[in-house]
Design a protein around this ligand. Structure first.
Ligand code: SF4
Length: 438
């Protein structure tokens, strides 16, 4: 999808009847400090300290960056360790199909900073960081930080070069320490040994943006939407073969059929979905009725990840789509772990051969075996994502795989040329500001 195609159709919206939380102001431009304060931001009369940690635990807020780890548990783990401690707002959005973190940072930087400062005070940190690669986000953040009153906790802006793995939490710690933004083996995890070897909370910016609401209205209000294990709303980046691509704030537990864009009946045309960005794999039409919650998606062998969903339409082929994403994984892997270097290349080769009509049953069975045996073999989750994607293609599209084994597919031949692609066709490029619909 080209930049102009993406920008021309972009909508920003919420589900009918749902009170928006993060897209509340929907500012066309960046929300100023005074605008944010007028809507109740940075208020003094809110839950703080231990009360806030308890509220975040009771609210059941889970990380919105992809791992869905309970945020209250992470806050407590850092706070319970001896200082000095640090906190990082992670806005490095490496996922090509997601724009939500950049939207928040560009449009509502004070909401993110408010959440960061509330969490920082509760876990009693010595210094806070914001980690980004997007230049426009960095500019808006720098301006917002400069607007904060004297005496506010020191917040440092740390920037990096964009890369798929640069936002992985150990890569973030390494980059802030002056090293490359590449993951390292865990444990120790950052909450045990992070910046300068000290306990560090790394939290996605959408996760932090939920904290002011919890501090103001409490855990019960937060749980009024969502499911028991996935409470609250999440930011969904919807792209691909649907007439209303865009950024939506929807309750966790929503199904794809219930999405705001459904009134245009795009789902009738959908043939499949890349779920959770590239990490939840490819799903067939049964995904339309899947509840978009963290555990619900996992129970179906998928994942909600960062909340990005790419719709495949009648013109798409799941085999070609997976070949595209697999090439992307192979190119973006950090070339650190042997299993990942060899595994992503081998899986890509089989899926490309399948798309080009040159694979055989034996190679596909090898792919099936790798999709299980290669999991948890890398320092970060990229290899898991690639293995899960391969497994999901074989599980969700067995007829398509069989057809590609029987005869070459003309659509795939168009989409998967002999040249390896240098990017993914599912990348959403928002280097210029997002256009919004009223
Ligand atoms: S698993 Fe792959 S992407 Fe992750 S650190 Fe190892 S080589 Fe890099």
């Amino acid at each position: 999808m080209s930049t102009s195609e993406w920008l021309s159709g972009l909508a920003v919206g919420t589900s009918p009847g749902i009170e928006p939380r993060l897209l509340h102001a929907m500012p066309a431009q960046t929300e100023s400090l005074s605008e944010y304060e007028r809507s109740g931001g940075y208020a003094r009369q809110r839950l703080v300290g231990e009360q806030l940690i308890e509220a975040v635990e009771s609210a059941g807020l889970r990380g919105r960056g992809g791992a869905a780890f309970p945020t209250g548990m992470k806050m407590r783990a850092v706070r319970d360790r001896p200082g000095p401690r640090f906190i990082v707002a992670n806005g490095e959005e490496g996922e090509p199909a997601s724009v939500k973190d950049r939207w928040l940072l560009r449009h509502r930087p004070h909401l993110v900073l408010d959440g960061l400062l509330l969490a920082a005070a509760a876990i009693e940190v010595d210094r806070a960081y914001v980690f980004v690669s997007d230049r426009s986000s960095a500019q808006q953040l720098a301006a917002a930080i400069a607007e904060l009153p004297d005496g506010t906790l020191q917040i440092e802006l740390a920037t990096t070069t964009p890369a798929y793995v640069a936002g992985e939490e150990t890569a973030v710690i390494r980059a802030i320490g002056g090293g490359p933004a590449l993951p390292v083996d865990k444990p120790p995890r950052p909450f045990e040994e992070g910046i300068e070897g000290r306990p560090t909370m790394v939290a996605n910016v959408e996760t932090l943006a939920n904290i002011p609401g919890i501090a103001t209205y409490g855990a019960e209000a937060f749980r009024q939407v969502g499911t028991a294990t996935s409470p609250g709303t999440f930011l969904l980046t919807l792209s691909g073969a649907c007439p209303s691509p865009g950024l939506y704030e929807v309750p966790l537990g929503t199904t794809l059929r219930e999405l705001p864009a459904q009134h245009e009946r795009w789902s009738d045309q959908a043939t499949g979905f890349l779920l959770g960005g590239f990490f939840g794999g490819v799903l067939g039409r049964r995904a339309l009725d899947l509840r978009l919650g963290y555990d619900e998606a996992r129970a179906e062998g998928s994942g909600l990840g960062c909340g990005a969903i790419v719709v495949l339409g009648a013109e798409d082929c799941a085999v070609a789509a997976v070949a595209d994403v697999m090439s992307y994984f192979e190119r973006e892997n950090a070339k650190q772990c042997g299993a990942c270097i060899r595994g992503t290349a081998a899986m890509r080769d089989v899926v490309r051969a399948l798309a080009q009509g040159t694979a055989d049953v034996e190679r596909v069975e090898r792919l099936r075996s790798w999709s299980m045996s290669l999991r948890e073999r890398g320092a970060c989750a990229l290899l898991d994502g690639a293995a899960g994607l391969a497994g999901s293609l074989l599980r969700e599209f067995p007829e398509s795989v069989a057809q590609h084994l029987a005869s070459p597919c003309s659509r795939c031949a168009e989409l998967v040329s002999d040249e390896l692609p240098t990017t993914t066709r599912f990348r959403l490029d928002i280097d210029i500001d997002i256009d919004e619909r009223d």
